[in-house]
Design a protein around this ligand. Sequence first.
Ligand SMILES: Cc1cc2nc3c(=O)[nH]c(=O)nc-3n(C[C@H](O)[C@H](O)[C@H](O)COP(=O)(O)O)c2cc1C
Length: 220
Amino acid sequence: MNEQQRNDHHGPTRFLVFSASLRKDSFNTRLAKLAANVIAKNGGEVDYANMSEFDCPSFNQDQESNNFHPPGAEEFRKRILANDAFIISSPEYNGSMPGLIKNAVDWVSRFRPQPFNERHSLLMSASPSMGGGNKALWSLRMPLEHLGSRVFPDMFSLATAHKAFTPEEKLADEVLAQRFEQNLVAFMSLVEAAKNYPCIKKAWVEFLGEKTDPVTERVE
Ligand SMILES: Cc1cc2nc3c(=O)[nH]c(=O)nc-3n(C[C@H](O)[C@H](O)[C@H](O)COP(=O)(O)O)c2cc1C
């Protein structure tokens, strides 16, 4: 789906959601699944992915210059383009993001047009530690912003993740659960506004009886 087709889609706003952990019992996967449920509950469309679908061999520029893109990078790119925004729940490894997500981002950054550019994103993390893996998000922000992604200012980090979930896979702390949902809903509103604003503006200009001028009018 190209940019024009994406902008012409007036259905529900679509969110790619995944966890940057390959671990079977990953806390980040549990948090990503919870985010997917909250989005669906609030009217968004969810495209849930597993990190194994996007996993790539270590980046090697020699391979890349032979126009090779690993299947994980092809899939990651395809899913970014097919959605209006993406949400990553990432572990923190040694005070930073895990290598596998940086590696996947590096591979995908080599496609042209570069798919992260202007795509909205939201970052979250989960860790058994008191910091909740928050440093991973500050590090992950850097390459994504560098690539032009509109990274949402508010991030969510789940501390003591091993004690944070109820048996029904909700957040046990009600105040935290509310903050989690508010953060997601605020992000959804922004993505929806960014997606629909050009159409609304065009409709309003036409309603006023003015002709939109393709030379000066960006909504065209
Ligand atoms: C190599 C490695 C480094 C880690 N470094 C940190 C760290 O810096 N901060 C932290 O909060 N947790 C750290 N952890 C613990 C992870 O937060 C924990 O293993 C967590 O469960 C990983 O996320 P997941 O459950 O989604 O797989 C580290 C774990 C590993 C394997």
